[in-house]
Structures are given as structure tokens and as C-alpha cells.
Design a protein. Structure first.
Length: 291
């Protein structure tokens, strides 16, 4: 029901830069560390040979007491395999949506949008949180959600590599979320609504002044220079050694309440950020909003 007050500021360029930096960090680590990374991961290996694996089934359930507008995005530079589901849809409280996902889906993400109205100038400001280029249907090439937005991230494994998945709070959060596997693999989860107690400097408000999201310290630009920031792991802080979790402002706010999430760009060292499931299991996954 209107754009966020903060979205009216001239911060769209900053937000795009922060999101790009986050993705670049992930891709670099996934190519350099076979046991870690996030989800643009091992993309080169995933795409090298064919596989006889069938598609997977993904289920999205909305347990929030209000309508949300889920969206999905595939990094088309990582792979062209895309889910059968449209890139955005309306989902009422209590509703469940099920769709097929290719066995080799790479660098994919799913998130929830809130307080959307697509009747006028559909685009990134059509929702209080998570809006995208394109309106209801996010643009396949440029339709990443405007943060803060809780993300479910996936790269499904082939050629002996596992599935990688996580719930990411790197760019902040807007809705509680869990990812579960039907094969008993670990649950990635942020079951807590982080908005009510969100530190005031991170609070992201809608047009009526209600806190609808909680920004990361990087997204909120607390240190004033996202190009060289310990909060963003950018510039001279762009390695795990120079960007420890202890140097990220408010890291503990997110990680203590949601330990099984990706809470800053180099969070693999926590051991509870990035999750794997043997691709041979052909796991189906369920994403629940407001579990």
C-alpha cells in the first residue's frame, strides 16, 4: 500500500550496489571453496554435463496473517533453467502453491513482497518491501527484490555436487521464513519476526510509519561508505580475514535470533549459514513464510 518512506530517498543506487557486492562475494567464494560458498556456487561445474535427474517440486506456503506477493528470480548468467512458476504471484494467508523446478536450477532465489499495489506505475516501489522491476511479474533479467527482504536461495547440485541452500538476511529481512527438505536435510530458518524489535537505525517503514523491514548495517549505510565498509565486506574489507562477523554492526541482532541463516557476506565460518543436501536424494523443498 505504497512505497516505503525510505524508498523515497535517493538510495536506489546504493541498494543496487550493495546487492551486487553481496552476489559477487558469494560467486567468488563458491568458485574458490568447494565446501563453502553461496548460491551462484559451482555454477561452472553444475552446467558442464547433462544429467538424467528429473525436476524437483517446490512448495511455497503463506502462514502470515495477511496476503503476500512471493517472487522468484534466476540469475540467467548462471544458468537458463527456470522454474515453471511465474516470477511473481499473489498468495493469500493460508494458501499453498506448488511448482516444478529444474534439477539444475542455479543461483535462484525466492522472497516475499508485502503491501503491494500494482495498479499505478508497477515497479520496484509497488510494494512496501521486496518490490521489483516489472510489477507483479518480476522482470526475468533485472527483477531482483528491493531490500530489505528475507531471501531463500538455491543452487541445485549435479555431477556429484550437493544442493546448496540458505535463508539470507545479508540485505536485511522483512518476513520470517523456513526452508525444509522432504529428505530430512537440515532446515534453514529465520522463524522470528525481526521487525518489532529492530534497532531504530535499521528500521524500514512503510508510508504510514509502520516498521515493515529490518535493514542490515550495510544496507542502512551506517558507516557512510558502502564501497569500503566492514559492514558490507567491501573495499579493503573484502576477505573473510578483514571482514569478521565481530566487525559487522548489529550482526548479533540477526544471528542470535536466527542462527540458521546467512547473516553477513562471509557467514560460512559460523557453520550455520549455508546448508547442503545430497543431490542424489533429489530432495523437494518447502518454503514457509511466517512459520
Amino acid at each position: 500500500m505504497g512505497a516505503s518512506i525510505k524508498a523515497q530517498r535517493s538510495e536506489s543506487t546504493l541498494r543496487s550496489l550493495i546487492t551486487l557486492n553481496h552476489l559477487l562475494h558469494k560467486e567468488e567464494r563458491l568458485f574458490s571453496q568447494s565446501q563453502h560458498g553461496t548460491l551462484a556456487v559451482v555454477v561452472a561445474s553444475l552446467l558442464t554435463t547433462a544429467s538424467t535427474q528429473s525436476s524437483r517440486t517446490f512448495t511455497v506456503t503463506n502462514h502470515c496473517p495477511f496476503t503476500i506477493w512471493p517472487a522468484l528470480l534466476t540469475d540467467l548468467q548462471a544458468g537458463t533453467a527456470v522454474p515453471s512458476q511465474p516470477t511473481g504471484w499473489e498468495q493469500a494467508s493460508g494458501a499453498t502453491v506448488t511448482f516444478a523446478v529444474p534439477y539444475n536450477w542455479a543461483a535462484g532465489r525466492i522472497w516475499g513482497r508485502t503491501e503491494c499495489n500494482f495498479t499505478v506505475n508497477p515497479g520496484p516501489t509497488s510494494c512496501a518491501t521486496g518490490g521489483c522491476n516489472g510489477g507483479l511479474l518480476c522482470d526475468p533479467g533485472t527483477g531482483g527484490g528491493v531490500p530489505p527482504a528475507t531471501l531463500a536461495e538455491f543452487t541445485l547440485g549435479i555431477n556429484g555436487l550437493p544442493d546448496y541452500y540458505d535463508v539470507s538476511l545479508v540485505d536485511g529481512s522483512n518476513l520470517p521464513m523456513t526452508i525444509t527438505s522432504d529428505k530430512g536435510c537440515p532446515t534453514a530458518s529465520c522463524p522470528v519476526d525481526l521487525n518489532p524489535a529492530c534497532p531504530s537505525v535499521l528500521a524500514y517503514k512503510d508510508s504510514s510509519g509502520v516498521v515493515v523491514g529490518c535493514e542490515s548495517a550495510c544496507l542502512a549505510n551506517l558507516d557512510g561508505n558502502p564501497n569500503n565498509s566492514p559492514n558490507c565486506c567491501s573495499g579493503s574489507y573484502n576477505t573473510p580475514q578483514t571482514c569478521p562477523a565481530s566487525g559487522v554492526t548489529y550482526y548479533s541482532y540477526f544471528k542470535n535470533q536466527c542462527p540458521d541463516t546467512y547473516s553477513y557476506p562471509f557467514d560460512e565460518s559460523s557453520g550455520t549459514a549455508l546448508w547442503t543436501c545430497a543431490a542424489s536424494l533429489s530432495s523437494d523443498y518447502t518454503i514457509v513464510f511466517c512459520p
